[in-house]
Design a protein around this ligand. Sequence first.
Ligand SMILES: Cc1ncc(COP(=O)(O)O)c(C=O)c1O
Length: 374
Amino acid sequence: MPPFAEARVDLDAISGNIALLAERAEGALVMGVVKADGYGHGMVPAARAALAGGATWLGTAFIAEALRLRAAGIDAPVLAWLVPPGEPLTEAIEAGIDIGVGSSWVVDEVVDAARRSGRVARVQLKADTGLNRGGIGPADWPDAVAALARAEAEGVATVTGVFSHFACADEPEHPATTAQLEAFHEALAVADKAGLRPEIRHIANSAAVLTRPDARFDLVRPGIASYGLSPIPDLAVPGLRPAMTLSAALVGRKRAVAGSGVSYGYRYVTDRETNLVLVPLGYGDGVPRAATNRGPVLVAGRRRTIAGTVCMDQFVVDIGEDTVRPGDRAILFGPGDDGEPTAQDWADVLDTISYEIVTRIGRRVPRTYTGAVR
Ligand SMILES: Cc1ncc(COP(=O)(O)O)c(C=O)c1O
């Protein structure tokens, strides 16, 4: 019997999605992006599935995430690209993790850590080409490049990559993408002139893999698309398969008279005599409270809307005169095969992105896995 609440993850879907993206990338290498617990799918199984699908690199935000991959026995190249002060740089260097250097502060820290450890630090320099978030901007880029070139000459670091990240690739007509590509070419030229010879140059997220062949360079970094969700809501990508299905067994059913207020605050009131079922998932599990009276859910073969306030652990669905039996489940989202909503449907209703829907599913919901590679 499945757990009463379950986020079931189809690892074959992740492998298949990566294979499809690799085909789209036409010869560029693929980095499976597995940060934030593999966008909520489980980092280690997602990483294994991505590698099985043809990814040769893995990407995380933080070094701690990359170290967890190593602790699980994954020895593929890993890049961790967000390095706050006090991160375990020496451990990262010793574990052969590529450290993404996205601020001038980090350059000296990495070089010091490499000197202390006696090992050569693998570094990937991140250029800010217009996102104005992480990355070294044009004003500081020549100095950062020169410092890394000196570190290479000293034998304490090797610059394995130069990369950047797009601001608006999910809006294919947005002029920022072309401007950022130009800025990236300039940053690469500065690095080249300083004698840096990175193995991989990369900038493409999922949206760019699917829409910008000119952004592929040596490697692409798809995240959301590898989990089967389109980075561009209006862009259907044939062959992508959503990997996560979130469901829960119904706790019970009760008869309610017309005019019954339902759940905290009585934000839903039955307009007829009806049947209510209880679903044991709530905002404590990552179901947004904003889904009150809005969240779509499949119960008894039909799509319905959450009735009333989403509580910490539970919510209610009005099923009218339909029947349910013990063991029947509510499906919040999945691939859509049986008429269930998708994570994109949830995102549309809640005015957010599918990334947030899958990533926020909490620790209390067990992940279960299907597929060949676990
Ligand atoms: C630096 C970097 N590269 C790649 C990705 C993957 O992006 P997406 O999930 O849109 O493909 C992310 C995710 O935010 C990122 O921060």
